[in-house]
Design a protein around this ligand. Structure first.
Ligand code: 13P
Ligand code: SF4
Length: 461
């Protein structure tokens, strides 16, 4: 296995935890994006704004919404071995009553307990299909748990082990700013359909958004997309609307629309802090895709220089990046696609292939350990995990599972009533339209042409 991160001991099981500890101990020359990550995540919980059902961090927290409580001392103090024993014993006791879902970006220390690991689209489907389990423990971030709640069966509890695990990109769009934007667009474009029956604007929200924004899309004839189906979803939207308002990720919107042949001049940016999003009415006249000013702080780190360096260091390397990367990076890469696309591309490659990957480090390091026949490394030499995914630590997982069991796996005398902690519930008023937008996404037909080819090679833009 080869990485560009100067990690001296690569015999470990691709654990980013270990890597971050090495960085914290000054044993590598890399630096982490957030030095706070070397701390135990519970040290970051104090004062963290809570997420409420249907809220992004920018929204007012609904009354009664659960907040991350203090992780009990017995979990904070437990060794990795003890937590492992607790989690395994609790899972064995719970059996089919619980299903644990894990996103690809979760640390290995958590992924090892997941019954199903996938990208955000696959996890949404998994939440829908595991209807027999009493509880879904979602090792991911808040918007994913909300989506699981929307798609799971009534009565199933969706549990997020640490309620402070959010997504900084999702927090870049809140319901008030999107509603204000919508009102300005309605004033500008009107509300009447054209001669082909296409309405002036269709709202499209990336899965990485609050349930409230999914509900907004459901109510306004719009739809949700993920990084694996954004092209099919945009096609769906263009069949019904003259233009699209795409939030919160400008990069996914731009990369996808560009690959479909939409010129950059027809993709103005909407800055929610400025009147008309910082545009003139004339500038918006011709718009096909209005891009919200949001981005992922992890994927924004990848650069064209890194790609050039990878090609110098590893001639013949295949560069694959996530579509949340900026457009010049996607254009310079050989391929782009969702986390699932990246995983499948590596699995299908002949032995001895080399890959430079532009996505979160936990996934890259896991793939490198899983496929020792290839050379797999992260484009960014700095180890930069998604700091919000990182908030799910085995301590929180042991805590919520043992609460469900109603006892203490390591102390037979410590029986307690079974308890559902950290339940994520989307209120009915938001849930109904949000589910509609999600169902539209699940029903949108996949595009026939392959995704993953850089836009420049598709349409020559
Ligand atoms: P995927 O849809 O590829 O799982 O990505 C989700 C995400 O948050 C990427 O940053
Ligand atoms: Fe959000 Fe970026 Fe983390 Fe994905 S990697 S969950 S977009 S902050």
């Amino acid at each position: 296995m080869t990485t560009t991160s100067n990690i001296t001991d690569t015999s470990m099981t691709a654990s980013v935890d270990r890597t971050i500890r090495l960085i914290g101990a000054g044993q590598t020359t890399g630096s982490t994006c957030s030095p706070d990550l070397v701390k135990a995540p519970w040290e970051l919980d104090g004062g963290t704004p809570g997420y409420g059902p249907g809220s992004s961090m920018g929204d007012v927290l609904p009354t009664g919404a659960p907040r991350q409580g203090e992780l009990p001392a017995r979990y904070r103090a437990a060794s990795a071995r003890e937590l492992d024993a607790r989690i395994r014993a609790a899972k064995a006791t719970l059996g089919d009553r619980v299903v644990v879902l894990g996103h690809f970006y979760q640390r290995d220390e958590v992924v090892q307990y997941a019954d199903f690991v996938g990208d955000s689209f696959q996890l949404a489907q998994a939440a829908r299909s595991k209807s027999d389990a009493e509880a879904i423990v979602f090792c991911g971030v808040h918007f994913m748990a909300e989506t699981a709640d929307l798609l799971s069966a009534p009565g199933q509890a969706v549990i997020l082990p640490n309620l402070a695990a959010g997504c900084s990109m999702a927090d870049m769009a809140d319901i008030d700013s999107v509603t204000e934007c919508w009102e300005q667009l309605e004033e500008l474009y009107g509300t009447e359909p054209d001669a082909d029956g296409r309405v002036p604007v269709i709202p499209v929200t990336y899965m990485n958004s609050s349930a409230a924004l999914k509900g907004f899309c459901g109510e306004h004839g719009g739809i949700v997309c993920t990084s694996s189906n954004a092209a099919s979803v945009l096609e769906w939207a263009f069949e019904r609307g003259q233009r699209v308002l795409f939030f919160p990720d400008q990069h996914l919107g731009r990369n996808t629309a560009k690959a479909m042949g939409v010129p950059l001049e027809q993709m103005p940016m909407w800055n929610p802090r400025k009147p008309l999003g910082g545009n003139t009415p004339e500038g918006l006249d011709d718009a096909r895709v209005i891009l919200w000013h949001g981005f992922c702080s992890v994927h924004k780190r990848f650069t064209v220089d890194q790609i050039e360096q990878a090609r110098i260091d590893h001639p013949g390397v295949r560069v694959i990046v996530h579509p949340e990367c900026p457009m010049p990076v996607v254009d310079a890469a050989d391929e782009y696609g969702s986390t699932d696309y990246i995983t499948k591309a590596i699995a299908a490659a002949p032995a001895g292939s080399s890959f430079a990957i532009g996505t979160e480090i936990n996934l890259v390091q896991r793939l490198a350990a899983q496929y020792p026949q290839h050379t797999i490394f992260c484009l960014d030499p700095v180890v930069c995990p998604c700091s919000t995914m990182y908030r799910i630590h085995p301590g929180y997982l042991a805590w919520v599972l043992e609460a469900l069991v109603g006892g203490d796996a390591l102390d037979a005398g410590a029986d307690r009533p079974s308890e559902v902690l950290n339940r994520v519930t989307v209120g009915a008023d938001v849930a109904e339209p949000a589910r509609l937008a999600l169902e539209r996404m699940l029903a949108a037909k996949p595009r026939s042409e392959p995704v993953g080819v850089p836009p420049a090679t598709v349409d020559g833009v």
